[in-house]
Write a protein that binds this ligand. Structure first.
Ligand SMILES: NC(=O)c1ccc[n+]([C@@H]2O[C@H](COP(=O)([O-])OP(=O)(O)OC[C@H]3O[C@@H](n4cnc5c(N)ncnc54)[C@H](OP(=O)(O)O)[C@@H]3O)[C@@H](O)[C@H]2O)c1
Length: 323
């Protein structure tokens, strides 16, 4: 089978398309014939060993000190069940599925745990749309629901509102009943409003400190702000949730927890079947739609990485495996 393989950390040029051995599903696993994957900021960070801040050391320990331990990246995917491992009863061969794994989806075939974040493709979505949902959707859901603890009627500011996570965060915050203001460049105002944002801030024209509105939560999907800048626009009990954090944010989170009412919360997003099912439900209800920026054949994965690394993508950057 074909796979996009990287054996050293580095730029997009370290990724090559190679013939590799097709994996076999073990007990409790399914083999998926991948139709679409995507390139995410997480894939870029793993490929380049560009772990933000303090995560550099645990990142290298976890993913390979001198060279990557697992040579195939790729987290979100959609495709068809090609084979079932022993004991799997909830899936059937040929069934269209989508889901999320830590790594390995930039390949023709992928083995996933049947109990993991994998589900049948919801009615009304095609495979490529389903592949665009898990990374941004799961991250946004976990950060808004679990870390920001958003409740209906609250005001939330989404920094990076047109990006890979932001385009989902705007929609999910709306689905949770919040009032959303999105931050992106002016060129993306119409797009961000089309996702459901009532308010919009062009970061090239206006600083956050100058905003008059106060927010119950600020979620920064890009790493463009810090607690000092955001504190001014938080309500007295507001919370700042940066997706990227370093030692400074860890210290600030601890300090704020003990001494302040305005909070900073940090964490790592999860990837459960239950949360994927929440996203699928919202899709079926018409409250969430996958957002696709561009599609590339697997052979052009380096160009897909280059687009992701601009930090100006609109939603997901897809890979078509069969193209
Ligand atoms: N902690 C965790 O568990 C976790 C989980 C998932 C992701 N993450 C991290 O979270 C980040 C999510 O990335 P992503 O894929 O959503 O990023 P992305 O797609 O690269 O973000 C692009 C967005 O950021 C905006 N933007 C660019 N520069 C900006 C600036 N200076 N100020 C404000 N907005 C700006 C862009 O708007 P314009 O194009 O209009 O400029 C666009 O809306 C990644 O760094 C990833 O590593 C962390």
């Amino acid at each position: 089978m074909k796979a996009a393989v990287y054996r050293t950390y580095g730029g997009p040029e370290v990724v090559r398309i190679e013939e590799t051995v097709r994996p076999e599903p073990g007990p409790g696993e399914i083999l998926v014939r991948v139709a679409h994957g995507s390139v995410t900021t997480a894939d870029w960070r793993l490929r380049a060993a560009a772990f933000p801040g303090v995560l550099a050391i645990p990142g290298r320990l976890m993913f390979g000190l001198r060279a990557p331990r697992q040579p195939v990246l790729g987290s979100e995917f959609a495709g068809h069940v090609a084979a079932l491992g022993a004991g799997v009863t909830e899936f059937a061969p040929g069934q269209a599925v989508f889901g999320f794994v830590l790594q390995g989806a930039h390949a023709d075939y992928l083995v996933v745990k049947a109990s993991g974040a994998v589900l049948p493709v919801p009615d009304g979505l095609d495979l490529s749309e389903a592949a665009a949902l898990p990374f941004g959707g799961l991250s946004a859901l976990v950060f808004l629901r679990d870390f920001a603890q958003l409740t209906p009627g609250q005001r939330v500011l989404v920094v990076g509102a047109s990006g890979g996570v932001g385009a989902y965060a705007v929609q999910i915050a709306r689905a949770m009943g919040a009032e959303v203001t999105g931050v992106a460049s002016g060129a993306h105002e119409g797009f961000v409003r089309s996702l459901g944002a009532e308010g919009f801030v062009d970061y090239r024209r206006q600083s956050l400190r100058g905003l008059e509105t106060r927010f119950d939560a600020v979620i920064d999907t890009v790493g463009a702000t810090d607690f000092a800048a955001v504190r001014a626009v938080l309500t007295p009990r507001g919370v700042f949730v940066p997706l990227n954090f370093g030692l400074r944010e860890i210290g600030q989170a601890l300090w704020a927890r003990v001494f302040r009412r305005k909070r900073l919360r940090i964490g790592v997003s999860g990837d459960t079947k239950a949360d994927l099912s929440v996203l699928a439900g919202w899709v079926v209800e018409g409250r969430l739609r996958p957002v696709i920026d561009r599609r590339f054949p697997l052979a052009e994965i380096r160009a897909a990485y280059a687009l992701v690394e601009t930090r100006h993508r609109q939603g997901a950057v897809l890979l078509d495996m069969a193209a």
